[in-house]
Write a protein that binds this ligand. Sequence first.
Ligand SMILES: [Zn+2]
Length: 71
Amino acid sequence: MAIAATHSGTSVALPVISGAQLLPWAVFGGLLLVLMVYFVGAEQGATSLIQGREVHEFVHDARHLLGFPCH
Ligand SMILES: [Zn+2]
């Protein structure tokens, strides 16, 4: 099913995305978001899955900006 949108005289068919089609992408995006918050907020701080200090140094300013406890 498509909705026709007109722009300057030409009609373009736009796809309609249903909630069922959107759900797996919403879950995927949510997982990426949780992973990002983990790496910014806790990795090599409260917890450490990766050895070294590179992740901590890379996200350090974002960690302080967002108010996560650091040092
Ligand atoms: Zn810090």
